[in-house]
Each structure stands twice: as structure tokens, then as C-alpha cells.
Write a protein that binds this ligand. Structure first.
Ligand code: ADP
Ligand code: MG
Length: 267
């Protein structure tokens, strides 16, 4: 799940996609959007757990990160951790260090079992290995903006899912992303999210549906509507009892989009 813009539904869709096809969810967002969905009021306990961030520990030890078992309607989770914050700001502290490449580009280095490596590169190599060892699909939630966490996830992914809201800021951000990353993305699925049956959304839908806006390796995926329950729920819609009509409607839409992503991954 990638988008330079925040608030488009990356974390929300990450949790629900993972549940939809029983994937393991890795939360690389330093603020732990997906972890908050998953753990509710217990999210801070995971986020501030002692010791290194689970992902960083796994990179350093050269093995799979420890999973939080998914209970009732939740996917297994590699939670976010406050230490990830130091990987997005300029001030890497303790866990990572800046180094300069031979081209003079500053790169964030992390300890790995094979020695210090650029963070994005370490993730690119490690995540597919973890997926293979787990024997299952993996969904990765990433922070908005540029940075090695999202870059590493993009490089590791078979499919990059780009949620996009139908507004004047999201569409230019999407186009900019597609232009910049076209060469680095195997397949990209643009998922219109929070779509409302209103005239303005029809206008934007027309814009992104136009020829030349979404081009290979990106394709336009099925939309997910604005949903009151998705907005107000503090736990996955699949957790906590049999879903009623409102939850069922949006869960069905999420399933369609998630399976489209899975289909692209298999191609
Ligand atoms: N389809 C949707 N319908 C209604 N609210 C949504 C939908 N998708 C996401 N949201 C809400 O939008 C907000 C931002 O979503 P989030 O997943 O945190 O975005 P991001 O991870 O891209 O920053 C959250 O309050 C979430 O509940
Ligand atoms: Mg998020």
C-alpha cells in the first residue's frame, strides 16, 4: 500500500486486504496506522514495546520477524514501532546511520545479518524471503511521502496498491507517483477509495479513467465507496461478530479489490 499522500486509506485498506486473503500484515508506517486498526487501545503497548522494532530486529538477525497472532477477524501482524520514526526523519538515532554512496547520495544504513545495508535494499531482499518462509502473501503498509521504508516495500512487492481519493490533491499526487516509479513497479493497482455518489466524484472518476492517465504497469482497479462504518470503526470490520448490512457491503467491495490485487500478483 503506497501513496505519497496521507489520509487516502492505505492503512485502512492494508488491514482489510490482509484479512480478505489471509495475508500477513507488515506495518512499516512509523505512526502505526494499521497497528492501531489491529490493536485498538492496545496499540501503544505494541508501538512502545521494549527492544528494537520487530522489523529492524529481523533484518539484523537475518530471520523472519516475530508475528502477533491474528485473533478473531484480524490478520497476523508485524506491528509498527516507535523506533521506525527515526527512519523517516533526518535524525537517525542509534538504530540506523547515514552513509554516502559513491555518487554522494545520503543513504540510511541499517545493520543486517550480512553487515550494514541501505534500509530500502535490506527490505527489498528480506521481505520476499520472509514471505517465502511464512508460505503466505504479505501486505505492507507504508508511510506517506518519500523515504526508504516505502521504497523498500515497493521494490519487494509483486503489486503496488495505490489508494486514491477523488479530490484535486490526490489525483496529481497519484500521477506524480506513477511517473516517478513506473520503472520500479512490477504491477500497480490504483484503487479509488472513499468514492461518493456525487457529481464531483464523477468528474474525478472521469479524469482518472481517461486514456493516458493510468498507464502500464499501472491499472485502474475496482472502487471502494465512502463507508460510514469504515470511518467510525476502531477495529477491522471482520472483527467482532457477524457483520450487518453496512459492513457486508463494504467488505464485499474490499474483497473484490483485494482479489484483483492478488490476481495481478500471480501474473
Ligand atoms: N472507504 C472509506 N470510507 C470511509 N472512511 C474511510 C475509507 N477509507 C479510509 N477511511 C478513513 O480515512 C481516514 C484515513 O485513512 P488511513 O487508512 O489512515 O489513510 P492513510 O493510511 O493513507 O493515511 C481514516 O479515518 C479512515 O477511517
Ligand atoms: Mg496510514
Amino acid at each position: 500500500m503506497v501513496q505519497w499522500k496521507g489520509g487516502v486509506g492505505k492503512s485502512t485498506l492494508a488491514v482489510h486486504f490482509a484479512t480478505s486473503f489471509r495475508a500477513i500484515l507488515i506495518d512499516l508506517e512509523p505512526w502505526g496506522g494499521a497497528t492501531a486498526w489491529w490493536a485498538g487501545k492496545h496499540a501503544t503497548e505494541l508501538w512502545q514495546a521494549p527492544g528494537p522494532a520487530p522489523v529492524l530486529k529481523a533484518l539484523e538477525q537475518g530471520r523472519c520477524p516475530r508475528l502477533r497472532r491474528g485473533e478473531a477477524g484480524r490478520p497476523p501482524l508485524v506491528p509498527s514501532h516507535e523506533q521506525l520514526l527515526s527512519l523517516t526523519s533526518g535524525a537517525a538515532t542509534g538504530v540506523a546511520a547515514w552513509a554516502w554512496t559513491s555518487e554522494g547520495i545520503p543513504t540510511l544504513m541499517v545493520p543486517t545479518a550480512e553487515g550494514p545495508r541501505p534500509l530500502a535494499e535490506a527490505l527489498r531482499v528480506a521481505i520476499p524471503r520472509w514471505a517465502k518462509e511464512w508460505g503466505t502473501h504479505v501486505i505492507i503498509d507504508t508511510p506517506a511521502g518519500f523515504g526508504p521504508l516505502a521504497d523498500g516495500a515497493i521494490a519487494a512487492a509483486d503489486v503496488v496498491v495505490l489508494p486514491v481519493t477523488m479530490d484535486q490533491w490526490a489525483v496529481p499526487a497519484l500521477r506524480k507517483f506513477m511517473r516517478a516509479y513506473a520503472g520500479r513497479v512490477r504491477r500497480g493497482l490504483v484503487v479509488p477509495n472513499r468514492v461518493r455518489a456525487r457529481v464531483a466524484d464523477d468528474g474525478w472518476a472521469e479524469v482518472i479513467g481517461q486514456e493516458g492517465v493510468i498507464e502500464p504497469p499501472f491499472v485502474l482497479g475496482p472502487p471502494i465507496q465512502e463507508s460510514e462504518v469504515l470511518h467510525s470503526f476502531r477495529r477491522p470490520l471482520t472483527a467482532g461478530g457477524a457483520p450487518g448490512a453496512a459492513r457486508s457491503t463494504v467488505l464485499a467491495q474490499v474483497d473484490v479489490a483485494a482479489h484483483r490485487a492478488l490476481e495481478l500478483a500471480g501474473q
